[in-house]
Design a protein around this ligand. Structure first.
Ligand code: BES
Ligand code: MG
Ligand code: ZN
Length: 501
């Protein structure tokens, strides 16, 4: 995909179509909107005046241009709501709407005019990131009625802006957007195709392409490390487990000797195991590896953006299936740390594989850990598909993470993690149990992880409610969302900048 930042006047843009942001209640009486309105014989004024187009978020109005004096032959107005509420999320969504609408009209080159205030590099990154996210469709296995129209180029247009900054932002947006789409593609893959082995192969391919170190531990090595908790989940399956370990190392040595690790849940299919899930919607459990895919997508982005701090990525991958070998409710597992776990419900498997993966990240020297997982159905009850839950033991880390999310237009909401919740996961016969009862399911799952994250700065993201989008919106297809990739990249770059100053 070709992306360009351009500060040229809108009249000179040679794209198939121009998409421009329009705000509620505004008249096209200044700047680029005025130029466009003039070029289309006041059609913008007219459609606003007639109240056909109110510029509500996601609303669109589309024109064919003849003799307009513009090079482009199509114009799309994109409603962006109130001017005062136009922030990163809206800017990104505007880019996605431009892509999805204009691609359906066969536009190959699309010029986007975001009309946002503030840092041009940042605006370009945000809008192009959104435009690239708009390209994703989950229809890869359709042979008919498949979206096969291709966009070849995006231009972000900010008249008179610093050309170099614009171009830099556009490139960054492309890298981050494409990496999030890699995450989404993995999350969308059926369990039958994307096995733990296939997932490891894809991670290897990415590592090779972008110059990351990678180590994939197989069943024997996982056994040798004593990861009884991880293996207890994998046992019911004929597919061997894989522990993917990726590392990004900056060219220049950093001042601090801290190490950030990203740890992601990689259940390539979650049937629930012996505590089998009901059949309804079980097909969706192919996306239970979204945490691992988020780690891999983020590593792919930072390998290209090259922040000045090292980052470790750890992704335990396996299937959760019932069989004659499967772990049973009541069984006891021994984690790598030596902690014993009573398995109450084999469907609470995410925390079991993360326990060993978090412990392993510490063993590899991590001083700060962010883990991410489609961990609980309960998080959807609490926060729906709007906010991702964040919990942890380091309030500074949580605050900076939420702030990074704001900068890129992703929403996180903190849930409490008082020590009292740990009472719910005490077992009568082992150190802890893997289910804490009906109350506060998302929190007790996190309290379980906390048992393995002691001694480091740690935060956990429960993406079960936000990693899958249904229904489709004007800016995004139905299906995997790639949530948290953009925030993780932003957080890492901010940490690097802080480390340098
Ligand atoms: N993968 C599920 C959580 C999930 C549910 C993700 C819905 C996405 C959508 C997880 O492994 C699970 O099954 N959790 C159980 C835990 C329970 C048995 C304590 C749940 O949430 O029901
Ligand atoms: Mg489960
Ligand atoms: Zn699961």
């Amino acid at each position: 995909m070709d992306v360009r930042g351009t500060s040229q006047s809108i009249n000179k843009i040679d794209a198939d179509a121009i998409a421009v942001a329009v705000f509620k209640g505004e008249k096209p009486d200044d700047g680029v909107l005025k130029t466009l309105d003039k070029a289309v014989d006041r059609a913008i004024t007219s459609i606003i005046k007639s109240e056909e187009f109110l510029a509500k978020e996601g609303e669109t109005a589309y024109f064919h241009l003849t003799d307009s004096g513009l090079q482009a032959k199509r114009l799309l107005l994109i409603g962006c709501g109130e001017r005062g509420e136009y922030g990163p999320r809206q800017i990104s969504q505007m880019g996605g709407t431009a892509t999805r609408f204009l691609r359906s009209k066969a536009a190959k080159t699309i010029a986007i005019v975001p009309r946002a205030d503030g840092d041009v590099e940042r605006v370009a990154q945000t809008v192009i990131g959104g435009a690239i996210l708009g390209l994703f469709d989950p229809d890869k296995y359709r042979t008919r009625e498949k979206e096969d129209r291709q966009v070849e180029r995006f231009d972000v247009v900010i008249e008179g802006a610093d050309q170099k900054a614009l171009q830099r932002g556009a490139e960054r947006g492309r890298i981050i957007g494409e990496s999030a789409n890699v995450t989404r593609d993995m999350a969308n893959e059926p369990g039958g195709y994307l096995t733990p082995t296939e997932m490891a192969d894809r991670a290897k391919q990415i590592a090779k392409q972008f110059g990351l170190a990678i180590d994939v531990l197989d069943q024997k090595q996982i056994e040798k490390l004593g990861m009884g908790s991880f293996l207890g989940v994998s046992r019911g399956s004929d597919e061997p487990p894989k522990l993917i370990v990726m590392k990004y190392t900056p060219a220049k040595k950093t001042k601090s000797d801290g190490l950030l690790a990203l740890v992601g849940k990689g259940i390539t299919f979650d049937s629930g195991g012996i505590s089998l899930k009901p059949g309804e919607n079980m097909e969706l459990m192919k996306y239970d590896m979204s945490g691992a895919a988020t780690v891999i997508g983020t590593m792919r982005a930072i390998a290209q953006l090259k922040p000045s701090i090292p980052v470790l990525g750890v992704a335990p991958c396996c299937e959760n299936l019932p069989s004659g070998k499967a772990t049973k409710p009541g069984d006891i597992l021994r984690a790598m740390t030596g902690k014993t776990i009573e398995v109450i419900n084999t469907d609470a498997e995410g925390r079991l594989i993360l326990a060993d993966a978090i412990a392993y990240a510490k063993k590899l020297g991590a001083t700060q850990i962010i883990d991410m997982a489609t961990l609980t159905g309960a998080v959807s009850i609490a926060l729906g598909d709007v906010n991702t839950a964040i919990l942890g033991t380091d309030q500074n880390l949580i605050d900076s993470f939420i702030a990074a999310g704001k900068e890129v237009g992703e929403r996180f909401w903190q849930l409490p993690l008082d020590n009292d919740y740990t009472n719910q996961i005490k077992s009568d016969i082992a150190d802890i149990k893997n289910v804490g009862g009906k109350k506060a399911g998302t929190i007790t799952a996190t309290a379980f992880l906390k048992e393995f994250a002691d001694g480091v700065s740690w935060a956990h993201l429960d993406i079960a409610g936000t990693a899958w989008g249904d229904p489709a919106t004007p800016f995004r297809s139905k299906g995997p969302t790639g949530v948290a990739v953009r925030t993780l990249v932003e957080f890492i770059e901010r940490s690097a900048a802080q480390n340098a100053s």
